[in-house]
Structures are given as C-alpha cells and as structure tokens.
Design a protein around this ligand. Structure first.
Ligand code: SF4
Length: 441
C-alpha cells in the first residue's frame, strides 16, 4: 500500500542479471532514503529506466521503454548500459525531455538525480523506516543473483561491455560473503554467482586476502566457492571460462558442495574464429577440459552459448563448430546469429556472412543441438532428482533441477502436486521429457 508521506518512484529494469543486480542496489538505496517504489506510471512522481545496450534489439526495447515512460509520466531518469557514450547522446536526441542519464553501476548518480527532481521527505528516519536486511530483491525470494565483480579485462571483438563497464573490479570477498549470508538468512535457497568473467575473480586485486567471520579468505573463485558451500544452499556458477584453475572447483561439485553446473560461454569451436573473436581461453583445449571435468564429476551439467555467422566464418569453420558440438555433447546450449553491435571492433572485420547463410547455419546448429539435448534428457527418465520449486498453482508445481538455471534453462513440471510452496526442495522421479523440460512425480 502507498504511504502518503513518501515520495514515489516508478522503476523499469531491463537487461541481464547484472543489470538486475544494479537495479536492486538502486532500489535498496531509494528505499533507505525514504522513497516508495510504486508499480504504475500514474502513481509515480518520477520514473527510473535501467537500460540494456547489449544488442540492437535490446537498445530498441530500452528506447521504447523510455518513450512510454515519458508519454505516461513525463519525469524520466535513465541509467544502465545505454547511459554511456554515443548511446547516451542518442537517448537525449530522441527523448530530449529525459531529466538525467547515467551509465551502468552508477548508483550515486541515479539516486542523486532522483533526490534532485523529487526531493525526499526531510522527516524520513532511516532507523525506523526499515529496509529488509537483504535489500530489495527483484528475483523471487528463494533465489538471488550474487554479483562478485564489475567490468572485464578481455576485449572480445564483438563486445562493448568493457567500454561500457570498464576493466575488472572484484568486490572484496568479505562483502560478497556478507551479502550471501544476508540473502540466505532471508530465505534464499539458491545463489547464482554472476560477473562478466567469474573465473577471473580476484585477478585485479592479486587475490588479496580478505576476512569473513574472522576467517581469512582469498579473493579467488575456488575459495569463494568453498566458503559459499558452507551455507548449505544451491550455489550455481555462471560465466566461467575454461582456464586450468577452473579444474579445482569441479571436485567441489563432485562432493555435492556446489551445484554440478557450469555455464561456460564458448562462442565457437573453430580456433580461427575464436582468434578473430579474441576470446579469453581461446587457446585452451576446451574439449579435453570438458572430458576431464566429466571424469571428475560425471553428473556435471554444462551450459554454453555460441555465435554463428561471425565475420569471416567459412563453411569449414562452421563444420568444425558442428563437430565440436557433436563431440562436446553439452547439456544446455544457446545460439545467436552474429549481429553487429555499434562500436564493436568485429564490425571492421572483412567477409561478413550474408543474413540467409547465418539463418541456415543457425537452423542446422539448433537441429543438431536439439537432438543432443533431447537424448540427454531422455537419459534422465526413471532417475530421482532434487527439485527446487519456483511456482505452484491449481494445476501443479513447477520447479527446476540442479541442471536448470532460472530463466535460461528448462523446467521440471510436477503435474497435480499442489501442496508445495515456492522455495521447497523436493525429490521426485523423472517420468517424461521433451527437448528442454522434464516431468516428474
Ligand atoms: S569476456 Fe568478452 S564477451 Fe565477456 S564481457 Fe568480457 S569482452 Fe565481453
């Protein structure tokens, strides 16, 4: 219910989990400063739009959201990935009424702009107007994203994230652990570790030793995973590159301490294409690494993303990619057709692939991967799996297994099971499967 003494802010959050974490921080600060977050344009005194600038369609979605907020409310503050460089200029050109624009992770600037255009109630007392200790979460209460660093030291030729977010800055491990502890205390059952490059955690600080609960801990992926495992909740790793030191976290998965799940964005299988993409760990032998991981932890679920139609990709490169996919037998795969991002170095590469050929390659890729993923899920029939429940309605419950990250992977349907609650962890036998989802009972 709206509090008449509080100033009211509308908030639109677009983009990836990293942008979502930024939104949560901004919302937490606004709440601490005495603002009410309201769900309609009509009730809001100002609207904040957290934008995504990753690909052209995301930019268009952001521009549309800004336009709608201006026509419905009139007072709009823009932040996020589109709030930097040329994109910021194009926002102001297209929507000159926008009050203020700031870039990603610019918490103080956004909150400062809100204060400027809608000053907070001077009688607000942060000690009595409490924010929940875990901050404001936009994800359901039983899972939460844990951002461990900002920015990236790599310079992949198709990506402008380092231009937008800067070089890698790792959060102190003590801060990350404190946030994780607060989340678990508030009822979170699954922590999703995110960053641009999780395997690089701590490189910028030379793996500085920090403290948590009096215990020395290095700012390092392995030590972070070991410490997070102590909370006894699901811990899932995203955006990990196949560097040799990643091998050290696989035993933690085999021992059941963190989820046997690794999201490794490989992007291609052809060494020539990977070189032109300037991918991190391009020289590492990914197939051998995958085999070694599976020999230590046979149940590991591997997720990856790929790009087809990258400039200069030949028929031979594409065949190498299909062979790679066939051999790697990855569990979960996303595939995008290359699309030029303004400002990315890959735009200047020669021999762009025609659109029809990109589409044809994408279809061939997806057909092969669907076969693999269907066969992999069929292997689960008859096995008993643990399921974290996400939603329950009159028809049954829907959850996810250790193999499924929220939003991007499959679901597990428990038809007719209505006596559960979101956040419950249950065991059930897999009774049916299609190419992405499972049914259990
Ligand atoms: S690793 Fe590459 S794709 Fe990922 S954020 Fe860094 S530069 Fe971009």
């Amino acid at each position: 219910m709206n509090n008449p003494d509080k100033q009211k802010v509308g908030f639109i959050s677009l983009g990836c989990p990293k942008a979502l974490v930024d939104s949560e921080r901004i919302l937490t600060q606004l709440k601490m400063d005495g603002y009410d977050i309201v769900p309609s344009y009509q009730d809001a005194e100002v609207v904040v739009v957290n934008t995504c600038g990753f690909i052209d369609s995301a930019k268009q979605e952001s521009l549309d959201a800004i336009g709608e907020a201006i026509s419905e409310n009139g007072k709009v503050i823009v932040t996020g990935c589109m709030g930097k460089g040329d994109d910021a200029n194009s926002i102001m050109e297209l929507h000159p009424k926008v009050l203020a624009v700031s870039g990603p992770a610019a918490y103080e600037e956004v909150v400062g702009a809100v204060h400027e255009y809608v000053p907070p109630n001077p009688h607000h007392d942060p000690y009595t107007d409490l924010v929940p200790p875990q901050g404001i979460k936009l994800t359901p209460r039983h899972y939460a994203y844990l951002k461990i660093s900002e920015g990236c030291n790599h310079r992949c030729s198709f990506c402008i994230i380092p231009d937008m977010r800067g070089d890698l800055v790792s959060r102190p491990i003590g801060d990350v652990m404190e946030e994780a502890e607060r989340l678990v205390r508030a009822g979170v059952r699954e922590l999703l570790v995110i960053s641009q490059d999780t395997s690089a955690y701590g490189i910028d600080t030379k793996f500085r030793t920090g403290f948590w609960n009096g215990r020395p801990l290095k700012t390092h992926m392995q030590q972070l995973c070991e410490a997070l495992a102590d909370f006894g909740v699901w811990v899932r790793l995203h955006y990990v590159y196949p560097y040799p030191h990643v091998d050290k976290v696989i035993p933690l998965m085999a021992e059941g301490k963190i989820l046997p799940y690794l999201d490794v964005p490989l992007q291609h299988g052809s060494p020539d294409v990977l070189k032109r993409m300037k991918r991190p760990a391009a020289a590492e032998k990914s197939l051998e690494r995958i085999q070694a991981w599976r020999s230590v932890c046979p149940d590991i679920t591997l997720r990856s993303t790929f790009i087809v139609g990258f400039p200069g990709e030949t028929d031979k490169d594409f065949d190498i990619l299909l062979d790679f996919i066939d051999e790697a037998q990855l569990d979960r795969v996303g595939c995008f057709q290359y699309s030029p991002v303004k400002g990315a170095r890959a735009n200047d590469l020669p021999n762009h692939v025609p659109e029809e050929l990109k589409q044809e390659r994408w279809e061939r890729f997806m057909a092969l991967q669907q076969e693999i993923s269907t066969a992999k899920l069929q292997q689960k029939l008859g096995s008993t799996i643990e399921i974290l429940i996400d939603e329950v309605d009159s028809e049954g419950a829907i959850g996810r297994s250790a193999a499924d990250a929220p939003e991007i992977d499959g679901k597990v349907f428990l038809d007719g099971v209505t006596d559960l609650n979101p956040g419950d962890l249950v065991e059930a036998e897999v009774t049916a499967a299609n190419e992405y989802d499972l049914w259990a009972g």
